[in-house]
Design a protein around this ligand. Sequence first.
Ligand code: 8IG
Length: 301
Amino acid sequence: MSQGSSAPAVGTLRPVTEQASLPTVPDLNDPATDPFEVARGAAAVIAEKTGAERHDVALVLGSGWGQAGDLIGETLATIENADVPGFAKAAVEGHSGTMRSVAVGDTGRRALVFGTRTHFYEGRGVRAVVHAVRTAAAAGCRTIVLTNGCGGLNPQWGPGTTVLIRDHINLTAHSPLEGATFIDCTNLYSQRLRDVARSVDPSLDEGVYVQFRGPHYETPAEVRMAKIIGGDLVGMSTTLEAIAARQSGMEVLGISLVTNLAAGISEQPLSHAEVIEAGQAAAGRCGRLLADIVADIVAAV
Ligand code: 8IG
């Protein structure tokens, strides 16, 4: 008792304040936090704010796909990410920091549309990267459509080409799974859903998506490596989300928008402005594609 009279006497210890015992913003990266519990909490907030007890299909809109949610149907509610437990504001220009509850045509089904994603390169941890996926599963979604903007290795795929993801190579050296959680990753990108997509647009090509950590783009040598190991597309997202979706029992459709030829495939250096521009030019077409695919997906739910 070095502080003499200022120290509380035994028996009069200050009680823990109410504030300190209130649940605060969950820290996903605290090992004591159960990320699935945070996802259930997020789903409860979404249900409350949208008036929808459950959602049927989820979409994550990547670079260039920002407006693609608009054509699915009427937006019934828009929620700021920051108002949902475990989510944070968007970090990248060209991404919106909201999620929406969208009526799928007049089917009575609901799509949960995430207007942005957390990227691994943001350094917020893998739990944050896959939180939207786990939240979608907790909200009732059985299917998730993961979209992204990426670089293309096939010179035939000009900027604006949409490509179905057939499989992936995860070069992040990370996993959303914790502990000895052994999850099968065959047919991770559902053959059935790729067939649905091709029934909408038979011209859709498919390829293997390689996730690099980023945020720098690849060197031409890294792009050559990606090709040698079996890649067709290079990007900075999607693979960790797809693994988490499989863990949660969701069926996954992955669609890439090639916004640029990968480094070294074209003479031109890469720029974020070029990426945004290609996305804007393709927005209408991508939107119609997504809307038709989602309509077909819920028709079979
Ligand atoms: I948009 O060329 C977009 N995202 N890694 N490489 C990687 N990510 C990308 C690219 C690209 N284009």
